[in-house]
Ligand binder design. Structure first.
Ligand SMILES: Cc1cc2nc3c(=O)[nH]c(=O)nc-3n(C[C@H](O)[C@H](O)[C@H](O)COP(=O)(O)OP(=O)(O)OC[C@H]3O[C@@H](n4cnc5c(N)ncnc54)[C@H](O)[C@@H]3O)c2cc1C
Length: 405
């Protein structure tokens, strides 16, 4: 079923690995995708445990107008057009004037980040406005809740380079559903964790519990968190350029949770709720209600709070407490939550460049061994790093770079 001596061994069956395998097949090159987990999709994974689609990872197709996955998700809705954003002030919903004040502060944040794209790189926290009534809320929202890392640790150069404009689509089948559909028929071997990769000779030898696989070239799509933790042993070791790049692209953490709830709580389908940062609640969660009319709400915890909770039951309890604070005693039913930071196949949600190291993405993307060893994934993209679209584009790039026999 799988070619025994393929042109390429692809490591990981997330968005990048799947895009790689499709692009190689389109070129008439053979490959085997070795996936450590028992499912495909990686950080793009949808389930229906709660009776309707819930994406554990990627939720939106961002920057839809320039996203290569948009044509593959024809039933997606443009979330920006149908969602209203509610703001919980700690004791009441924000008034239109307060919402407008938040929007002005958010605009000022983006303008400051755009200005910081030139000149020496600095932490986002050092370039954005402080002290205004909404500045701490904007920093929490843009940092922990969107970039999955606090603004003190985010590189202004990297964030400015990877903040594409455009619509946010919410696919009916989930982003995970779109990616799974695109993987159909590909030579993906599950439960095949690559423990070591020997690139010392003319070919590549991948080894693990599955046995040994030889190929002409390897494309590695595992997260930089997995690489930094030594999840794959390289022989010879990676050169200093690539080892440094891995170190400079640590994984941030965003976890998600969802609750079934039979009561609409006065919030219309697709609408979202954010919370103002207050001294009593300095790291609030954010929520999306009844996506595609489903009977569940979902939400996010990012940054230090997500690491501290570790996802799972602790996150569910924390989220339950926040929902009670906002809605009184909502009739919450079955719940689930992710634990991306504790899963050894990921060790976080998506990469963020360290301050001063925005060039690490390009460094990691540099082919090794005359193009026989390449890294591709969300971490190596310039423009949509951290996103499923960036991972997809990088998979295609790496596949195109493989020399024909
Ligand atoms: C909570 C959350 C929310 C997100 N929201 C969005 C969003 O709304 N929009 C968006 O565009 N992006 C979002 N993202 C980011 C997006 O999901 C990722 O950027 C993208 O899916 C990464 O794809 P990848 O192929 O680079 O890596 P991965 O999906 O991590 O794929 C790598 C694969 O390698 C496998 N693997 C690991 N180690 C080994 C090994 N030793 N041997 C073999 N296989 C191995 C893993 O199991 C995995 O399947 C989100 C991510 C998370 C976690």
């Amino acid at each position: 079923m799988f070619p025994s001596d393929p042109d390429v061994v692809v490591i990981g069956a997330g968005a990048a690995g799947i895009a790689t395998a499709r692009a190689l097949a389109a070129r008439g090159l053979s490959c085997v995708v070795l996936e450590a987990g028992s499912r495909i999709g990686g950080r793009a994974h949808a389930c229906t445990t709660l009776g309707a689609v819930f994406d554990h990872g990627a939720t939106w197709l961002h920057a839809a107008e320039q996203n290569a996955l948009t044509p593959h998700a024809p039933d997606a809705v443009n979330h920006d057009r149908i969602r209203e954003r509610h703001f919980w002030m700690g004791d009441a919903w924000a008034t239109p004037a307060e919402l407008a004040a938040f929007q002005r502060a958010d605009n000022a944040y983006h303008a400051a980040v755009a200005r910081a794209a030139s000149g020496p790189d600095r932490a986002i926290a050092d370039v954005i406005p402080h002290g205004g009534p909404w500045d701490a809320t904007v920093a929490h929202w843009q940092g922990a809740q969107i970039q999955a890392m606090e603004v003190e640790h985010l590189s202004a150069h990297d964030i400015a380079a990877n903040s594409p404009d455009g619509s946010n689509l919410l696919p009916r089948e989930g982003v995970g559903g779109v990616i799974a559909r695109l993987a159909q028929g590909l030579p993906i071997r599950l439960d095949a964790r690559v423990e070591s990769l020997d690139w010392s000779g003319p070919g590549i030898i991948a080894q693990g519990g599955f046995g040994t696989l030889r190929a002409r070239a390897a494309i590695i799509t595992v997260s930089t968190g997995v690489l930094a933790a030594g999840g794959i042993r390289f022989t010879p070791s990676l050169p200093a350029t690539h080892a440094q790049a891995v170190h400079d692209l640590p994984l941030a953490l965003l976890d998600k949770f969802a609750f079934r709830c039979p009561d609409r709580l006065g919030i219309a389908p697709f609408h979202s709720v954010r919370c103002r940062v207050t001294p009593a609640r300095p790291r609030p969660l954010s929520f999306v209600f009844w996506p595609h009319e489903a009977d569940h709400l979902f939400g996010f915890a990012g940054g230090t709070l997500a690491w501290e909770l570790g996802g799972g039951d602790a996150l569910i309890e924390h989220a339950r407490g926040e929902l009670r604070h906002i809605f009184g005693n909502p009739p919450l039913g079955a719940a689930l939550a992710t634990s991306w930071g504790r899963d050894p196949l990921f060790l976080g949600s998506y990469s963020q460049a360290r301050v001063g190291a925005a060039g690490a993405r390009a460094a990691l993307a540099q082919p090794l061994a005359n193009g026989r060893l390449m890294f591709a994934g969300e971490a190596t993209h310039h423009g949509m790093a951290g996103m499923v679209s960036g991972a997809w584009a990088e998979g295609e790039r790496a596949a195109q770079a493989i020399q024909p026999r």
